[in-house]
Design a protein around this ligand. Structure first.
Ligand code: NAG
Ligand code: NAG
Ligand code: NAG
Ligand code: NAG
Ligand code: NAG
Ligand code: NAG
Ligand code: NAG
Length: 559
């Protein structure tokens, strides 16, 4: 999940990298304010920097400054319905950049009566002070380069090595902390959301969050049940598991998603799936044989863009990444596997590399945007600072890992790496919220959205979350992958919109079909015909934009 953990460098994503459509905005030129003092930015957006207390129970400790962007509503003031805050997961992703890229798409789906608002959580990206464990970008890049091997299964010393590196990183973090780390916890981010909502002049939160954003939304509802206006969360995680530094439940369906690769490939046939065999079991065997071969003999790969090794860790990481976004990656993954089997590692290597351009070249071209490379630090600071103190000894960690491995063969990634990365964390704030993430009565029902097989946010986690919020509702999108955004569904969008616009909940048991098929085969629903209907084309385009922006973020960061 995070290269900083020393455990995993989720390399993923073969989606076209998305860049902010507009020139970078100079946040450092904007004077922080106690109010929402908007200035024009990013062409059609407005920006502000809001001062918030580092510690809401003791304002004398100091302030953090949140970077906030909004796409203003496009209606008369009589029709205006307030802000919808968005969090894209990670944690540690820049919601500002994300909203600049997809705000208009969310607004098209939710309705033009809403401001679409992104804020960088405290310590993250454009918000200040920023969390940083490294003096320079080069130092950070060197640390990340040392995080190989990326699979905790790669060798017998991979787990001990990752554990020791986590302890080293925990020491660095504590030594180099400017003071922000202990205040970056999710409960404080939830408090910031209430503050932002109030600064808008609203009493209740309207919120849309995916992946880790589901933990933020559910935590808000647990802390402020009477301030819930609308909370829609997609890719729902078990927040109690998060606060306990035990993500085992999140791996409940991971292997099921891999099975959809085998099943889908067998069904698609050799023309659509290059790694085809006549039965799913035969494809599974073919993959196992390839994995063993690569483990024994790593394959050098040279592409026009670079070079490297396709080894066991690389292959496993590529597979795990593909499970997040089956509709986007299964077909090119199959092509890459077939080529690898034939001795050519370049297609698979290129697939991963395309989505992971280095932060800068050795010639030294710097990232022009300040504060932008701290996502890795942010994810460690938030996930470890949120959780109970872990402090596993190596034998304890081995035991945890072995037990978690009973849930999924991919325990080497999310579950293991989350636990490992917190083994050396030292900066905890006394009195932080660690659950239970529940409330008997929220002022409006939450709406939870899950897919039929999510590799890191299974239905079991969504149902557990639902059980904490009586009266709330859940519906399912019938597709494998992480969050509903991996596959467009006009049905899903319809319920999304109805919830925000009318407060309508889907009937119990609602399952939405998707309008695409794995490996690019013909769709089982009639979306092609339906796109003729007025508005549907625009909605499908908006969904594609959201997916293109968000999926690389969640796939790269883990959650
Ligand atoms: C609303 O959007 C339409 C279509 O993009 C645009 O022409 C119009 O100027 C916008 N109106 C306001 C009030 O922003
Ligand atoms: C982690 O959670 C799983 C359930 O998801 C549980 O079976 C296991 O005992 C937990 N491990 C620890 C160390 O708490
Ligand atoms: C963590 O473990 C180390 C080594 O076992 C020990 O010295 C330290 O006191 C522990 N810290 C906490 C908070 O338990
Ligand atoms: C990774 O290690 C775990 C625990 O030892 C094991 O259950 C799992 O099968 C391994 N995965 C692979 C692909 O070897
Ligand atoms: C739940 O909260 C709503 C709104 O705050 C309130 O009207 C209702 O009476 C509460 N119900 C219960 C059972 O407490
Ligand atoms: C909201 O309710 C109105 C009135 O029942 C209906 O016409 C409209 O289609 C609904 N909007 C959505 C998005 O479901
Ligand atoms: C597609 O349309 C046909 C007839 O127009 C209908 O019988 C069928 O059930 C539809 N399929 C789906 C998945 O909606």
């Amino acid at each position: 999940m995070l290269s900083l953990s020393g455990a995993v460098l989720i390399s993923a994503l073969l989606l076209s990298p998305v860049t902010a459509a507009q020139a970078p905005f100079r946040w450092d030129n904007l004077v922080p304010s106690q109010n929402l003092a908007w200035v024009e930015c990013y062409a059609t957006f407005q920006c502000t920097r809001l001062e918030v207390p580092l510690d809401y129970s003791d304002p004398s400790i100091g302030t953090a400054v949140l970077a906030i962007v909004r796409l203003p509503a496009n209606v008369s003031s009589a029709e205006y319905r307030g802000p919808i805050l968005f969090n894209p997961g990670g944690p540690g992703g820049s919601a500002v950049d994300t909203v600049v890229n997809l705000g208009s798409s969310i607004q098209l789906i939710a309705g033009s009566q809403y401001d679409i608002v992104g804020f960088d959580p405290r310590g993250v990206s454009y918000s200040t002070p920023v969390a940083s464990f490294f003096a320079t970008d080069a130092e950070r890049a060197l640390w990340n380069a040392g995080s190989v091997p990326t699979s905790l299964n790669a060798s017998s010393d991979a787990l001990p090595h990752a554990w020791a590196r986590a302890r080293l990183l925990g020491t660095l973090a504590a030594q180099r902390d400017s003071g922000i780390l202990r205040y970056m916890t999710t409960d404080n981010v939830a408090r910031d959301m209430l503050r932002i909502t109030q600064k808008f002049g609203e009493e209740k939160l309207q919120y849309y969050g995916i992946s880790y954003g589901s933990i933020l939304g559910a935590t808000f509802a647990a802390l402020f049940p009477d301030k819930v206006g609308r909370i829609l969360i997609d890719g729902v995680l078990d927040a109690d598991a998060w606060f306990n530094a035990n993500l085992t439940i999140e791996a409940t369906d991971t292997d099921k998603v891999l099975q959809t690769f085998f099943d889908g490939c067998a069904a698609a046939g050799p023309d659509l799936c290059a790694f085809y065999a006549s039965t799913p079991a035969a494809i599974a065997e073919r993959l196992a044989a390839l994995t063993a071969a690569v483990r024994a003999t790593p394959v050098p790969a040279v592409t026009p863009a670079g070079y490297g090794l396709v080894d066991y860790s690389f292959l496993r990481s590529a597979l795990f990444s593909a499970l997040y976004v089956p509709y986007q990656l299964f077909a090119p993954l199959a092509h890459g596997l077939a080529a690898l089997e034939a001795g050519d590692g370049a297609p698979l290597f290129g697939l991963i590399q395309a989505a992971q351009p280095p932060p800068f070249t050795c010639a030294g071209s710097a990232n022009p945007v300040p504060f932008h490379l701290n996502n890795g630090e942010a994810v460690v600071a938030i996930q470890c600072g949120d959780a109970v103190e872990v402090n596993d000894t190596l034998p304890e960690l081995r035991e945890f890992y072995a037990e978690a491995a009973r849930t999924s063969e991919f325990v080497e990634f999310l579950v293991g790496s989350n636990r490992v990365s917190c083994a050396g964390w030292q900066v905890y704030r006394e009195g932080r919220f660690t659950g239970p993430v529940a409330a008997k009565n929220t002022s409006f029902p939450l709406l939870l959205l899950t897919t039929s097989a999510d590799p890191v946010a299974p239905k079991a986690a969504a149902l557990k979350t639902l059980a904490g919020f009586p009266g709330s509702a859940i519906f399912t999108q019938d597709s494998p992958g992480h969050t509903s955004l991996t596959a467009p569904s006009l049905c899903t969008v319809g319920y999304f919109r109805a919830y925000f616009q009318n407060g309508t909940l889907p009937p119990p048991g609602t399952v939405c079909p998707v309008d695409v098929q794995l490996f690019g085969g013909p769709s089982s629903s009639n979306a092609t015909k339906r796109t003729e209907e007025e508005g549907d084309t625009a909605v499908l385009t908006a969904l594609k934009t959201i997916a293109d922006v968000v999926l690389p973020i969640i796939t790269r960061r883990g959650l």
